[in-house]
Design a protein around this ligand. Structure first.
Ligand code: E4P
Length: 221
């Protein structure tokens, strides 16, 4: 499963990129607004940091304007994937833009039926929101399993991007379900490192070594 960061914050992206485990980025209008730059400018900066698919979302609600905006966003950089909502207008825009060779991420997907529509419209990525489905008392991870199953039944190439991941468990459940991509805030990626036995193990190894070699750097003896 590819790991994407769900942020438009450049410092977080630089930290994630330095770890070498980030394959792409998703943004949405809320995340862009937090950073205070116009979307074109912020997406350009993000493309300079992460070499992978970068989702940039349209902010219009009508298909005609989404198509105009989508073409503009796609011209920013070859890695830009245009994000449209899973509405009737969004699906219309997806059908038109995908025929022009533009790659689309259909977002705000909350049901397997919606994911079928995204695939039919030629989406490159569909984004089911695991956390927000859990929030209303349904099972977000089951939604990922259902979409992965349906797509595999028909050899559908649209990638399943598990979005709205809030915990390490969401990440591992999505990977177990066969999601192609998991997108998460920086704090969730950071949490994935944590295990008390890793910290304890590092501490013990170093203590044992230093008892004998008094912390001399490797190769200086
Ligand atoms: C996906 O691309 C969305 O930006 C994102 O995952 C939304 O997550 P949230 O429900 O935590 O806002």
């Amino acid at each position: 499963m590819k790991i994407f960061l769900d942020t438009a914050n450049l410092d977080e992206l630089k930290k994630g990129a330095a770890w070498g485990v980030v394959n792409g980025v998703t943004t949405n209008p809320t995340l862009i607004a937090k950073e205070g730059n116009a979307i074109e400018e912020q997406i350009r900066k993000i493309c300079d940091i992460v070499d992978g698919d970068i989702s940039a979302e349209v902010v219009s609600t009508e298909s005609a304007q989404m198509i105009v905006d989508g073409r503009k966003l796609a011209r920013i950089h070859k890695n830009v994937v245009v994000k449209v909502p899973l509405t009737r207008d969004g699906i219309t825009a997806c059908s038109t833009l995908s025929k022009e060779g533009i790659r689309l991420n259909v977002t705000l997907c909350f049901s397997a039926a919606q994911a079928i529509l995204a695939a039919k419209a030629g989406a490159y990525i569909v984004s089911p929101f695991v956390g927000r489905v859990d929030d209303i008392g349904w099972d977000g991870s089951q939604l990922i399993r259902d979409i992965v199953l349906i797509y595999s039944n028909y050899g559908i190439k649209t990638q399943v991007l598990a979005a709205s991941l809030r915990t390490s468990l969401h990440v591992t459940d999505s990977a177990k379900a066969g999601a192609d991509i998991g997108t998460m805030p920086f704090k969730v990626l950071d949490m994935m490192f944590n295990h008390p036995l890793t910290d304890k193990g590092v501490e013990t190894f170093l203590k044992d070594y230093n008892k004998v070699f008094q912390a001399e750097p490797v190769g200086t003896r």
